[in-house]
Every structure is written in C-alpha cells, then in structure tokens.
Design a protein around this ligand. Sequence first.
Ligand code: CTP
Length: 403
Amino acid sequence: MSVLSGKKIVLGVTAGIAAYKTTYLVRLFVKSGAEVKVVMTPSAKEFVTPLTLSTLSKNEVHSSFTNEEDDNAQWNNHVALALWADLFVIAPATANTLSKMAHGTCDNLLLAVYLSAKCPVYYAPAMDLDMYQHPSTKATFKTLASFGNIQIPATHGELASGLVGQGRMAEPEDILAFLEAEIGKNLPLKGKKIVITAGPTYEAIDPVRFIGNHSSGKMGYAIADEAANLGAEVILVSGPSHVVLKNSFVNTISVLSAKEMYVAVHEHFNTCDVAILSAAVADYRSKTVASEKIKKKEGALILQLEKTDDILASLGKIKTNQFLVGFALETQNELENAKSKLEKKNLDLIVLNSLKDKGAGFKGDTNKVTFITKDNKVVPFSVKPKTEVAKDILQYILQQIHA
Ligand code: CTP
C-alpha cells in the first residue's frame, strides 16, 4: 500500500506540453488510493481535456472561478478546495505559473487555490532548457523554496522544442515516488521497528486436530496497518487468520503454534523499538503430538496438557529500551487482573478488554478497551472500530516514545 492511500490530492495542471502526462499521473494517484481533484489554468485545457481528467479522477475539473456554461453560474470555491487538500501538486508547472506563484498574482482559479492552500505544495517544473536556466526562473525557485514549496526537479532529456537539456517534467512514476518518499520521511514512526503479534495459535494434538481459540486477528492486523501508515517498519507475527492486509509495508511472518510465535518474536525483539503482543496465544498445548490421527475408542480420551512459554513475560524479562505492550482479556476482576499482569510481565502498557463489555472481544469489528499505564493511570475508551482502537494505542505509544 502507498503512503498516499487515503490522501486528498489537488493536482494543478498548467499549460505545458507535459500536461498530457497528467492523465497517467492522475491514474497513478488514484491507483495508490488517493482521492484526486484537478484544477487547471484556462490555457492548460488546450493541452489536455478536462473531460479526460475528470473521468480519470472521478471528480469535476475546474479551471475558472465560476462554471461559465451554467446559466445559474456557481462559484467554484477555491478556499474550500485548498483546505480539502492534504497536498497540492502542480504538474506541469510552467515558468509563467511559477513566477505568478512567487509574486502572489491571482488571476486564475489555480493560483487562488495556491494562495489559499495550507497543505504542503509540490511543483514539477516543465519548460525549455534556456527558460529553466534563466536567472529569473532561478530566483523564482528560491522564492518558492522560501515559502516552503517543494520542487520535484525537472530532468535532462529531449524537450518539446527539439532541443536537449534540463527542463523535462519528471515522469509521472517519478513524481509519485518523490511524493511517497517525501511523505514517508516525515511520518512520526519513521525509523522505528515494531513487532506485533496477532491471531490465535493452533497447538497440534495429531495431524488433523489442534487446540485453538476464536481470535480473528482483526485487532493485531489493524495495529499493524496503522503502525505502517505512521511510517514504522512492521513485523507482524500472525497465527492463522483470515484477515487480508493489503499493506505492502507490513512484513508478515505466519506461524501456527505458540512455540513458532515465540521463536519469530524473539528473532526481532532485540532490534525493535516497540512490541505489541495482541495474539491470543494458547496457554496450554498437548504434551504429546500423535504422529497418526487418533482413532475413536470406547470411553474418554485423556489429553495431558503442558504450559506454553509466555512470550510476553519472556520479553518483559529481557527488555532494555523497548516499549512493551500487552493485552489482557478478562471476564472478572478486570482492572485488578490487568494491573497485576502489567507488573508481573514488566510492561509499559496493558490494553484491557473485558468480555463483559458489549462490542468488545474476539470476532467483531469493534472493541472496548481500557489502557492501564506503567504509572498506574487507568484510561477507559468507548466502543469503537478496531481500526480506531489501533489509532488510540499507537498515539499513546507515540507520545511515550517521543516524550
Ligand atoms: N501472551 C503471550 N504468550 C502466552 C500467553 C499470553 O505472549 N503464552 C500474551 C498475550 O498476547 C497478551 C497477554 O500475554 O498480550 C495476556 O494474555 P492472557 O492470556 O490474558 O494472560 P495470561 O497471562 O495468559 O493469564 P490468564 O490466561 O490467566 O488470564
């Protein structure tokens, strides 16, 4: 998944030959999960049609302050459009538009959006080589940099004039990669490694049977997704789960048993900054695993169970700087039990969910949790989607590790 997923992008298209490439650019933005609205300068419409861009972006394209064709002409609200955007990308950006941006000129909708924008502004210059080298253009770049606008540098190559030199707009794929890298480096968990466990474990009895539980893995997967969206390197150690995670920034290690989960987690714990153990690990496994399917016989079958290793407790014993988070699923004396787990397992935070609460538990899409912190603070939350609970957990961790 791209870091642009869910982002709102206003794409400003100005009158350069490279405007035809914005059809690909819009497609790439949409494919990466972004929502795109296009504004054009009036002359840009001679290079690429609003119809093409509105079809590809699935949004109306605006190029003037009012809809001229409409008798009840409506004002195109540039302020609303600018405030809607998470990022404003101007590509291609001609020398003319860049100069107007540098000087505060506001004679078209695109420039009005630019002047109203509070979000990061990126621009991809496109012009002939001599225009690119002109001292006036260089001064424009300097002024725009002083406004905090970020340039996506033009490349060297054949230009519309037939000359060869610097001034070609960066290719759409390169614009996308540039934006992803820029946004990625500013994410709050950039450079942090997080290990997360999720799902149940299956403890084999024989080749076809196991001891398991009803955990779906939804909570842990939501945490992994959110952590990756915040820029972390994520190692998700997952027991069997049907959840499909479409986030290419999450490295999933699939395991079956508590033993396998223990090994995978320990492999990464030393080098991680945060570990969040949300898996419902089996506390017991069969002492022996039959090599052949156990046949039914008269009378009862007695299975002898032995304890699995407590992964969370083992991490609590060896942790140095890692921020360690555990989960507690309780049915009685919830707070008391959770607090004692926090202490016994040497945790920094325990996330309590009670099976008594409506909307909490294993299979659903919602959860109701209470945080118990190392300094004994109890923070209850309302019932919310597991994706929102994941956000609450990571926001708390962010506050703590950046404090
Ligand atoms: N956990 C673990 N390894 C285990 C058992 C549990 O890492 N073998 C972790 C879970 O992922 C969870 C936390 O420990 O983060 C709490 O698990 P829970 O089963 O509620 O607690 P237990 O310590 O097993 O105690 P009890 O079953 O008595 O409630």
